[in-house]
Design a binder for this molecule. Structure first.
Ligand code: ADP
Length: 169
């Protein structure tokens, strides 16, 4: 695995990377989970900017400023709602790749991701961890501008699953 990938336990709203990624919904108008936490920590300016973006499709990403967050930018991506018979992994991989592309095109050097889709969107944690780490690792294999990609785990189970998956990447 690329040495620039770090796996940490914590609250993504507290990180001081250049950008943090939000696991948003397609309206980009806020929600529960990590989305709610990011909007609360960023303050009302974030929602105001998000209103001007006209939403975001599943697997794509859009960038805003970070407002009251330590991070200067928020990259909003919409993970798939896990469904049988859908290309869940392709869509989830796309979230990570599109977010990283946006980061690079905006001169961002460090970025932090939550475990996209593994909350209310129901993506099995083990599968999601492998998709996430493989996507980030593949991207870094072709990029020499990003300095750090932090995979933020909100709880012990998430940390354990991601650490185990990392051993196989
Ligand atoms: P989704 O709708 O994409 O499933 P959720 O917000 O419900 O998004 O959950 C995504 C992941 O984010 C879950 O693993 C959840 O534990 C985690 N999470 C929730 N709050 C935070 C936070 N403040 N920092 C980092 N991760 C968080």
């Amino acid at each position: 695995m690329d040495k620039r990938i770090e796996i940490v336990k914590g609250d993504i709203t507290q990180l001081n990377t250049d950008a943090i990624v939000n696991a948003a919904n397609s309206s980009l108008l806020g929600g529960g989970g990590v989305d709610g936490a990011i909007h609360r920590a960023a303050g009302p300016g974030l929602l105001e900017e998000c209103r001007s973006l006209n939403g975001c499709r599943t697997g794509e990403a859009k960038i805003t400023k970070g407002y009251s967050l330590k991070a200067r930018h928020v990259i909003h991506t919409v993970g798939p709602i896990y469904r049988n018979g859908q290309d869940n992994a392709i869509l989830l991989r796309s979230c990570y790749l599109r977010s990283l592309e946006l980061a690079v095109s905006n001169g961002i050097k460090s970025i932090a991701f939550p475990s996209i889709s593994t909350g209310v969107y129901g993506y099995p944690l083990e599968e999601a961890a492998m998709v996430a780490l493989t996507a980030v690792n593949d991207f870094l294999g072709k990029d020499d501008t990003l300095e750090k990609v932090v995979m933020v785990c909100f709880d012990d189970r998430n940390l354990k699953v991601l650490s185990t998956a990392a051993a196989g990447v």
